[in-house]
Design a protein around this ligand. Structure first.
Ligand code: BGC
Length: 757
């Protein structure tokens, strides 16, 4: 199309948007003109009825009465069109102004069809499939009566002790930003009014992933430069993609909790980034500011509203104190109106004023939820969300014949396959690894199963893991007896597959760990199996990077399968038997031990970098462990091997807005067809501020048949050279740059260029 016709189209589109906005404004102005102050404050109240997985101490009271009297703006935690219809009818038929409710839920990695946990999905580096997973989740969620999901979670996480790393896309902001956009596109689609799209909610704004010592809900403290360079970009990416809502984080930023942080919620989010949607708090985040030391409920509620936070999740601080604060001049009518307007706008844009029941078609669940296609896609995504960590002597893939000792607490477990935050997922429908192996390998493989170990022998930990949903079954036998049975199974088998790791509830919210190894009793099982001399394949399930030095030294092969969702068992078997050649690449560094944490690939160099001279004393290093991680960011093996040529550059000296083309030839040098994520990193060795040793700036996922090779070219422009300087100005500086291309963040080929202004 010609440029002029494009301009005309863009002009017409903007006129249409303006007309729609004017229509919406007129509607909301009229409605707000009829609303009392109580009704306006009521819209700011997001409640959850009891009886679902609450993540805080409080659940909402008097929900029914409050809905009828116009004191509720939205509800979360229930789904199913028949169930959702009841409160919606209460609001529409009984409240004075008949304002419909929003219905939200934590749809995090799929709704009823459960996909792998977000950390796992991120290791696929497959933006199209990630977007599709959100699309399917939105279709299922809307079929279940929902119109708002509390996702994507985009917190950068550099500390695997933090249990919520499982909900994140790992440590890198570039990949994290692309995933954030893909998720928002997937959930919201192109048309909010379509009945299979939902409002997305980017969370937790901001910096929640940087909690000190990896302890959930802990303090964060960070320089602005680090914030802008590394932690804020994924939230900004979601805003740029048009995310409808933002959830505040529990933590403080510059000594002010996010929920009351005006700089964050108004200056940055709205004024600088142009966000126009609604800001909702996290669960009782307003009330929690009392414990943070910011005052009583009235004071903290006023602070939250003044900061630009629109909706109060569960805590009812707004509901019970704002009117008083208005009378006392602690908040203004304008602020209440603005917050109320943003919530009404969301409802308007969803089409709820036209038809409050538009998401409540009781025929849809059977048609749209948990379909064969959705399950097939869950398996397709889960095979791509596993990372092969080790494969000595080509132990994998397994033959579809002979005998396997299948052992470990996760080998035949169904309850822990879905992973954290699967509110609507049904573990009873999940596929176990034992079933997956039978499905994939058929009758020719003889399975000798033995549980071998419980998740842990720590009875207090088991109680805590079972406090909410009782997913951890305990075999009453002694650890020795269980190990003995597993050893016997191993002795009569050709190979051992040990499925070990974390129970689902060992990661996720409020599940930080100070020791991120597999529990000792499971390690004892592996040690006993090792002694049998049979080849040992370790399949790991976990919601975080684990410390695996012993396992890496002793296992013949290791596959990180995370928690794969409904199709877990099938997907693990697909990879073990080579129906799919693994292609996942780590998005969070695996440390050697907990003392190395925080450890991440894009660190600074320090003034005393350690260059490997063992007896060098005054260097930035540990006496008892190397600086390197066990497995770096971007790492992941394949059943085949890939070779990389040197980096070929279109030019070595550039100027201004030129584009550099950097090319490598990647060849499949092994026996299997496979996919490889070719990664581009850049570094800027001399700048006005210290820079990371390298930063990810691009990647391409390619597939190659055995013997095949491909040229992979990256276009590099000055945009990718930009960084935040000490005035927080985002720009690039002329000089030398290093272009690194490789198979992971540590193994790269490097070429140098000079780029002048
Ligand atoms: C979590 C949020 C979640 C909310 C509602 C909180 O505890 O931090 O991520 O969306 O609960 O369930």
């Amino acid at each position: 199309m010609k440029k002029t016709s494009l301009l005309i189209l863009a002009g017409l589109f903007s006129l249409q948007v303006q007309a729609q906005d004017a229509k919406m404004d007129a509607f909301i102005n009229k409605l707000m003109g009829q609303m009392t102050i109580d009704e306006k404050i009521g819209q700011l109240n997001l409640v959850t009825p009891g009886g679902f997985t609450a993540t805080g101490a409080t659940v909402s009271q008097n929900v029914e009465e409050n809905i009828k009297s116009g004191k509720v703006g939205g509800l979360f935690g229930i789904y199913d069109p028949a169930l959702v219809r009841k409160p919606q009818e209460l609001a529409v038929k009984n409240s004075r102004l008949h304002i419909p409710l929003l219905f939200g839920l934590d749809v995090i990695h799929g709704h009823k069809t459960s996909f792998p946990i977000p950390l796992a999905i991120s290791t696929s580096w497959d933006l199209e499939r990630i977007e599709k997973s959100a699309r399917i989740a939105a279709t299922e969620a809307t079929a279940d009566g929902l119109n708002w999901v509390f996702s994507p979670m985009v917190d950068i996480a550099r500390d695997p002790r933090w249990g919520r790393i499982s909900e994140s896309s790992g440590e890198d902001h570039y990949l994290g930003s692309l995933i954030a956009k893909a998720m928002v596109r997937g959930y919201q689609g192109k048309d909010w009014k379509s009945t299979n799209t939902v409002l997305a909610c980017v969370k937790h704004f901001a910096l929640y992933g940087a909690v000190e010592a990896g302890r959930d809900y802990n303090t964060t403290d960070m320089s602005r430069i680090k914030m802008f360079e590394y932690y804020l970009p994924p939230y900004k990416a979601a805003v740029d993609a048009g995310v409808a809502s933002v959830m505040t984080s529990f933590n403080e930023i510059d000594a002010i909790p996010a929920t009351a942080n005006k700089w964050l919620m108004t200056d940055l989010l709205r004024k600088q980034w142009g966000f126009k949607g609604l800001v909702v708090t996290d669960y009782t985040a307003i009330n929690e500011m009392t414990a943070h030391g910011l005052g009583d409920l009235q004071q903290v509620s006023a602070k939250a509203l003044n900061a630009g936070t629109d909706m109060d999740m569960v805590g009812e601080g707004y509901l019970t104190t704002l009117k008083k604060s208005l009378k006392e001049g602690k908040v203004t009518q304008k602020e209440i109106d603005l917050a109320c307007r943003r919530i009404l706008e969301a409802k308007y844009k969803l089409g709820l004023f036209d038809d409050p029941y538009r998401y409540l078609d009781e025929k849809r669940p059977a048609k749209d939820i948990f379909t064969a296609e959705n399950r097939a896609f869950a398996r397709e995504l889960a095979v791509r969300s596993q990372v092969l960590l080790k494969n000595a002597h080509q132990t994998l893939p397994l033959k579809k014949s002979g005998s396997i000792a299948l052992v470990g607490p996760l080998a035949n477990d169904r309850k822990n396959m879905l992973g954290t935050w699967n509110i609507a997922g049904d573990w009873k429908k999940a596929v176990t690894v034992a079933e997956g192996i039978t499905n994939v390998a058929g009758e020719k493989v003889k399975i000798n199963y033995a549980k071998g170990a419980n998740f842990t022998t720590d009875t207090l930990l088991i109680q805590r893991l079972n406090a909410q949903n009782g997913l951890v079954d305990v075999d009453p036998r002694s650890p020795e007896a269980m190990i003995e049975e597993a050893v016997q199974a191993a002795q009569k088998s050709d190979i051992i597959v040990a499925v070990v790791g974390e129970a689902q509830e060992m990661s996720g919210e409020a599940s930080s760990r100070s020791d991120i190894g597999i529990p000792d009793n499971q390690k004892d099982l592996l040690k006993a199996l090792k002694k049998t001399g049979k080849p040992l394949v370790v399949v790991l399930m976990s919601g975080r990077p684990l410390t695996l030095t012993w396992e890496n030294e002793n296992a013949d092969a290791m596959l990180e399968a995370w928690f794969g969702g409904t199709e877990s068992g099938n997907a693990v078997a697909d990879v073990l038997f080579g129906n799919y050649n693994p292609s996942g690449k780590l998005t969070a560094t695996f440390p050697r031990n907990v003392g190395q944490i925080p450890i991440y690939y894009n660190h600074k160099n320090t003034g005393r970098p350690y260059e490997g001279v063992l007896l060098d004393k005054f260097k930035s290093r540990y006496l008892d462990v190397s600086n390197d991680p066990l497995f770096p960011f971007g790492y992941g093996l394949s059943y085949t091997t890939f070779s990389y040529s040197d980096v070929k550059l279109s030019k070595s000296t550039l100027k201004g807005n030129e584009t550099l083309k950097a090319t490598v030839t990647v060849a499949n040098t092994g026996k299997y067809a496979g996919e490889e994520v070719v990664q581009l990193y850049l570094s800027d060795p001399v700048a006005s501020v210290t820079r990371a040793v390298k930063d990810l700036k691009g990647f391409q996922k390619i597939s190659l048949k055995p013997g095949e090779s491909k040229d992979v070219t990256f276009d590099i422009t000055p945009e990718q050279l930009k960084f935040y300087n000490s005035d927080l100005k985002y720009d690039w500086e002329a000089g030398e740059f290093h272009v690194h291309i490789g198979t992971n963040s540590s193994e790269v080929k490097t070429a140098k260029i000079t780029w002048n202004k």
